[in-house]
Design a protein around this ligand. Structure first.
Ligand SMILES: [Fe+2]
Length: 418
């Protein structure tokens, strides 16, 4: 049999899903365990008859049991989309036993019929902790908020696809994800996941909620991203993905919802921060949607979260506090207490700074907020353009933070050194 005929036979065995059965919105997430990855997707079809087939080999079409593994559902949720008649089925699988820093290929197929299949996707697994801590080989992650589903959001996605897929370990999206205003905009979740799937299928996508996730009383957010509750329930001991923490390399990340009761969340936050071992994770990054400090005329500083959380940032010497909500970029001086700058007055280099540097970067796509109030003393740099943060982590030694205007030009940058 000629090679051509063999190839034709193999291809003829592969069937595309029908629209109703097709997996949509494929996105991966960290679980808090180095050797694992969560894979989630949605189907119109209400059925557990799905499986994930994965391997270190790209050749998933050949029935070679030596390289191929299958995995059962971790979570299966049938969910009534708010304000709509239809139900959506949410599938989550946890891939386990993955080697570090290795390319994993995966596809979604029907159970007992793996010829009905999605295309093959891939991601690179997390580096080992010792690799992440190498100070001469930094790793990087990207941060933004407020994307929406229109052209400027697509530009952000295109820029990441063009420039940052290879070197980025994960993305942090700080709320206002597809910008749902009310039930009639629920369709925007589908559109947003379609747009961003080339990224979310290939790189862990970490989220927190913004005010626009409230359109469904946060149901869509909580259900579509149940992946982050894996680390929540195993590590942070909270019951939802509204507030949680996790460690990655030399950083302890912690978030609370800017849209929910602060008394409960700050109680949990204090317990969490009190346990951080600064020898292991010398850096702490806090993130939430509404900024404590903004001199933009639209929204401005949101005092309730500042009053509730700022004392904890000071007490536990949090290095960075990242926010969205305002559709512009602004970076503060290290703030030691309400509006007071570290007296050392450095602009781009900070060692043992007395205070937390705040940034709002709600610049991933939604219409920009052009107008500013007179510049306060605590405002170090501000501009109104789309773009996102690139943070490079030099082991336990330093963080370098850049605002990439339109994902390309370094418009602002600074270094925090321990
Ligand atoms: Fe917002």
């Amino acid at each position: 049999m000629s090679l051509m005929i063999v190839v034709m036979l193999l291809r003829s065995e592969v069937n595309a899903f029908s629209y109703r059965n097709a997996p949509q919105g494929i996105h991966i997430a960290l679980t808090g365990v180095e050797s694992e990855m969560s894979v989630m997707f949605f189907t119109q079809l209400k059925s557990k008859n799905y499986q994930i087939i994965y391997s270190t080999s790209s050749n998933l079409d050949i029935l070679d049991v030596k390289v191929k593994q299958e995995v059962e559902h971790y979570k299966y949720i049938v969910y009534q989309v708010p304000g709509m008649y239809e139900e959506l089925t949410v599938h989550e699988f946890i891939l386990k036993g993955l080697p570090p820093a290795t390319k994993i290929y995966y596809r979604i197929a029907m159970k007992n019929d793996e010829t009905t299949t999605s295309e093959t996707f891939s991601f690179i697994t997390q580096k080992s902790r010792s690799e992440l801590l190498k100070s001469d080989e930094p790793f990087q992650f990207l941060v933004y908020g407020d994307m929406d589903i229109f052209n400027d959001g697509q530009n952000t996605i295109d820029s990441i696809m063009r420039n940052h897929m290879k070197d980025t370990q994960f993305i942090l999206h700080i709320g206002d994800i597809p910008y749902v205003w009310n039930h009639e905009h629920e369709y925007k979740w589908e559109k947003w996941f379609d747009m961003i799937e080339p990224i979310t299928s290939a790189m862990p996508y970490i989220v927190c909620n913004g005010n626009h996730e409230n359109a469904s009383n946060f149901t869509s957010y909580k259900t579509r991203f149940t992946n982050s509750t894996v680390s929540v329930t195993t590590k942070s001991n909270t019951q939802s993905n509204l507030y949680y923490s996790f460690d990655y390399g030399s950083i302890h990340f912690i978030t609370i919802s800017s849209e929910h009761d602060y008394a409960l969340q700050t109680r949990w936050m204090e317990e969490d921060l009190a346990k951080v071992n600064r020898e292991e994770t010398p850096f702490i990054i806090f993130y939430s949607h509404r900024p404590m400090y903004s001199s933009n005329e639209n929204h401005g500083s949101y005092d309730p979260i500042r009053i509730a959380v700022e004392p904890l940032l000071r007490k536990y010497k949090v290095d960075l506090a990242l926010f969205g909500h305002v559709h512009a970029y602004e970076r503060t001086c290290p703030i030691s207490e309400q509006g007071v700058c570290d007296k050392k007055k450095h602009r781009n280099y900070f060692k043992n700074a007395d205070g937390t540097i705040h940034i709002h970067v709600g610049t991933a796509g939604f219409e920009l907020n052009q107008k500013w109030d007179p510049k306060p003393e605590w405002s170090t740099y501000r501009e109104t353009n789309h773009g996102y943060l690139r943070i490079k982590v030099f082991g336990k030694r330093a963080l370098s933070v850049e605002f990439l205007r339109n994902g390309v030009t370094t418009a602002d940058s600074f270094l925090i050194e321990k």
